[in-house]
Design a protein around this ligand. Sequence first.
Ligand code: NAD
Length: 489
Amino acid sequence: MPELFIGGTWVTAADGRTREIRCPADGTLVATVDEAGPQDAAAAVAAAREAFDDGPWPATPVAERGRLLVRVADLLERDKAAFARAESLDTGKRLVESEYDMDDIAACFRYFGNLTASGGTDRIIATGNPEADSRVVHEPVGVCALITPWNYPLLQTAWKVAPALGAGNTFVLKPSELTPHTAILLMRLLTEAGLPSGAANLILGTGAEAGAPLTEDPRVDLVSFTGGLATGRRIMAAAAPTVKKVALELGGKNPNIVFADADFEAAVDHALMAVFLHSGQVCSAGARLLVEDSLHDAFVDEIVTRARAIPMGGPFDESARTGPLISAAHRDKVEAYVAAGLAEGAVLRCGGARPKDPELAHGYYYPPTVLDDCTPGMSVVRDESFGPVLTVERFRGEAEAVALANDTEYGLAGAVWSQDTGRAHRVASRLRAGTVWINDFHPYVPQAEWGGMKQSGFGRELGPAGLAEYQETKHIWRNLAPKAQRWFE
Ligand code: NAD
């Protein structure tokens, strides 16, 4: 069956190209899928444009649009096992983690369904003039290009698709070329839920061939992108000539600040989860551990002991607690960052070399790695390695902790651990990041906005602002008793 979904029809790529999708855990072939090029991108934009300009979706009442999103949530729950399996095969992620993701994705559709149905935020303005009335209304932006990464393929897609549809837009989705399968399944569910033809379109393919044409096309009104910083810069530039709205969810190099008075056991446990979850391939990973000098030795010793014991394995290995990296090229990149860190004076405390276990030989595994004695200038501290690599820096006192934490071009997330509530709040308020956790790491809820400061991007996903991202604001003034003004007489 063809895998591009354009104007309500499943089609193959115009030039017949395909791509093999292989599971990163063992290199086995998952499937061969159609690979779109510029011609397919143009066709998908044309379909989305027509569906927006002449189709029923933008004018569908909000209650009905909301109901459809809730139906999608129900269908996702029904098909959770198939979705989770597909996600794990594409990403190599543990099945149980994909299952958690599917729960979060259903919750996201349910949240935006209810928010949409609740009627929105249109306002009647008191003009002070009995002969005029005035309203501020919110309308869909138009045709949205939604471009998503491989680390949380369907979750990042849901954060865009649900509010885009809730607000009444039509879209072209371009998932990562490495992880297409749950996007394909989602298109089928949207159709089953009753979404009109052309409102949702899917093209699979590379950034250069399938993604870039979307960002340049004058018929596209908004580009919502989640991915790396370098790509985000390119997309912003590509969108500039046609002044599209742009929302960018980019990377992070997130600080996890641990004061000496933190709950030791909880802070160690969460510090491991913060950085090694999904092999560090998490935009909000707590990859920079900043630990108070007096706690440093005991804390890092414990982290190292536990990191060494984390079992690696494929998605269906129930004894595994972490999986492979997404590709050989990505593992090379992570290795290069570790090598650079060591060359710049970091001390390797654990990990740092590919596993020797023959069972893991065909996957892209890299072990949990801890680099101690790091300094702010090292590339492994500054750049997003996006792998299971923890860098450790020491600080003395609150001011130095905040200065080190903010010494980054990114501003996505961060955490502070302290049993001194006043201090925890003071530090949280000074961190330049879109999300800050106090005595925790990673939790999020669909009701709360997610996004970055500084070069982690702009715009917000989730929460009411996540819906507003996909809306235009319009002021409608009505003169109830029009009469000539004779201004020029
Ligand atoms: P990436 O930037 O390489 O690719 C992301 C998407 O953009 C893919 O679909 C890719 O094909 C497409 N793309 C690439 N070049 C393009 C171009 N010129 N024009 C249009 N599209 C193009 O990122 P990745 O490696 O897939 O994902 C990892 C990155 O995503 C990390 O930096 C991570 O921090 C970030 N991320 C951020 C968040 C967040 O919420 N801020 C969430 C998840 C991932």
